[in-house]
Design a protein around this ligand. Sequence first.
Ligand SMILES: N[C@@H](CCC(=O)N[C@@H](CS)C(=O)NCC(=O)O)C(=O)O
Length: 331
Amino acid sequence: MLINGKWAKDFQPVQDEDEQGRFLRQTSRFRSWITLDGAAGPTGTDGFAAATERYHLYVALICPWASRTLMARKLKKLERVVSVTVVEPFLYDQCWRFGNYPGSQPDPLYGYEWVHQLYTRADPHYTGQVTVPVLWDKKTHSIVNNESADIVRMFNSAFGPLADECVDLYPEVLRDEIDWVNERLYQSFNNGVYQAGFATSQFAYEEALTRVFDSLAFLEHSLTGRNFLVGDRLTEADIRAFVTLIRFDVAYHGLFKTNLAHIRDYPHVQDYMRRIYAIPGVSETVNFDHIKQGYYSIKALNPTGIVPKGPRLNHIIIPAHESPDTWAMAK
Ligand SMILES: N[C@@H](CCC(=O)N[C@@H](CS)C(=O)NCC(=O)O)C(=O)O
């Protein structure tokens, strides 16, 4: 992590924990908003007006939080408005690094080696974890926002006609229900898998595990007889559920020990995950190789660095008859 702008503590997955060994996630520090006219949004400062080619998104494809911003960018057809750089999948001692690993790119703006250099460019005295996603402003050379929940909302509504206005991931009439589902899933499922994986006590692990599988039961029940979690269309709630589901069998089941069952044991959830994966653009935001390489590079959980060969990809996304023998490792 960075302390007062200096790289001071090598990457450790557990950022903070409570007295019972529960993993606590740091709150995001940069919270400004892009708005159509550049006025301040609900948090942060003003001056970030929607514009083409002004903003850049830094992501890691292992990361569910970064991937949900990538999904929103795709679905809102913002590819030509907001450019993207993918970092290497590995969690190095200095955390996220730029490079040429397949599917990753060097930093196009400053030629930096490390993402933490962006943080100190934005704030020379920054103290905290260096996380992705980062939404960067090329005009002020600073971070607009590093909270994926905010970035998804901005991509949905801040770019007006620069984005596809026919797509609304947070429709007014469904907001209460979306907020409820988001809340239901965030701690127990999206963050719950991390709380199981990063628990430092048996008690905290089992507590998180129970909540993760309660959530899968909730999803299975909610998706019986319907295509989406809220209303009859894809919303933010589906994006949030999908990014955790698609990583579940590939990474969390093994590395995070969330192994009471697989996604394929929940037929409605599995169909739903496959349905979302098949939406044009979505599969381009999923890279199973990055997901596996990245999670299994977390030394504290996997000291040998051995990356498992399975599971077979056709158990996850492709119906068995279409691809008899594809491995998740295959690029
Ligand atoms: N609240 C953040 C969380 C982002 C986050 O924790 N990203 C992880 C990757 S999945 C990260 O960058 N971790 C590096 C670290 O904690 O040092 C968001 O949703 O944008």
